[in-house]
Design a protein around this ligand. Structure first.
Ligand code: ARG
Length: 276
């Protein structure tokens, strides 16, 4: 089979949150270590480079005001899931992050979006990824399966549940990247060992020619990538992934977010896509 190729760039609209209060003061995933020093200035520089990269690619970037005491708010992807202009608010698993859900919901409500307050625990686009006409939904560590059903009912799109089994890849967006959301040619990259056997079989059926990430790609958090259908912003350490992307006609754009990795996130975690 000839592997599918990049469908081409489409304009994107992103929401981001500047890491002015960035630190690691609690540990809710295996990447976080409270005893390690964090450098706010470096986090800010890396975040600004990421934002400027999107702007230079012609995408629209808006920002939400960071709230003191919510260091993980920089991981905007977790703040909500927005499909067809409808906002499914996040409801975080851990108390440390719970105030982020209403903060993001208010940002959308203030701008006239229809928002839906979640009844079920879900961590936004960390676990709910739109691919073509469907939504891939992670569970196992953060988002409840019941939230998948809630999202399906709200968005009216098929939601496919995927079970995550490795705590390092606790959100779906740490184990799977959407390369093309074009309904005519949906495409993903993923790291098979992060998924249960059943979920791997589902992914093979849905995406028979997906890009399979290597161990080295996964530990660099390379799957936490952001694609506009052509350009893929990806961690510089994910070299195998970058080569595989190039082969398929995508343009990998390495952006270093190493400081933000101390909290367990990369480029995609810092980027919430607004689909209107
Ligand atoms: N420290 C954050 C947490 O563990 C990192 C979130 C990363 N975000 C993401 N979309 N994977 O919740």
């Amino acid at each position: 089979m000839t592997p599918s190729t990049a469908p081409g760039r489409t304009d994107r609209h992103y929401l981001m949150c500047e890491p002015v209060h960035y630190t690691v003061s609690y540990e809710i995933n295996p990447w976080m270590d409270r005893t390690r020093h964090t450098d706010v200035d470096l986090a800010l520089r890396q975040w600004r480079t990421l934002r400027d990269t999107y702007v230079d690619l012609g995408h629209r970037v808006e920002t939400i005001d960071p709230v003191p005491g919510l260091p993980d708010m920089v991981y905007a992807a977790n703040g909500a899931t927005v499909v067809d202009g409808t906002v499914y608010s996040a409801r975080f698993r851990y108390p440390e992050r719970q105030p982020e859900g209403p903060a993001y919901q208010k940002w959308f409500a203030d701008r006239g979006y229809v928002t839906h307050t979640a009844a079920q625990v879900n961590e936004g686009e960390g676990d709910l990824l739109v691919v073509g006409s469907m939504v891939l939904a992670g569970t196992g560590f953060r988002t409840e399966r019941a939230a998948h059903a809630e999202a399906q009912e709200l968005f009216g799109r098929p939601v496919i549940s995927l079970e995550l089994v490795d705590p390092h890849y606790y959100h779906l967006d740490t184990a799977l990247a959407v390369l093309s959301s074009d309904p005519a040619a949906p495409q993903v990259a993923y790291y098979p060992p992060a998924f249960s056997a059943g979920s791997r079989a589902v992914l093979r059926q849905l995406f028979p020619d997906a890009v399979l990430a290597t161990d080295a790609d996964a530990v660099a958090l390379g799957l936490n990538a952001v694609s506009d259908g052509e350009n893929v912003v990806v961690a510089p350490g994910a070299r195998d992934l970058a080569a595989a992307l190039r082969e398929r006609g995508y343009t990998p754009i390495p952006v270093d977010t190493s400081e933000l990795l101390k909290g367990g996130g990369g480029a995609k975690c810092c980027t919430l896509e607004i689909r209107s």
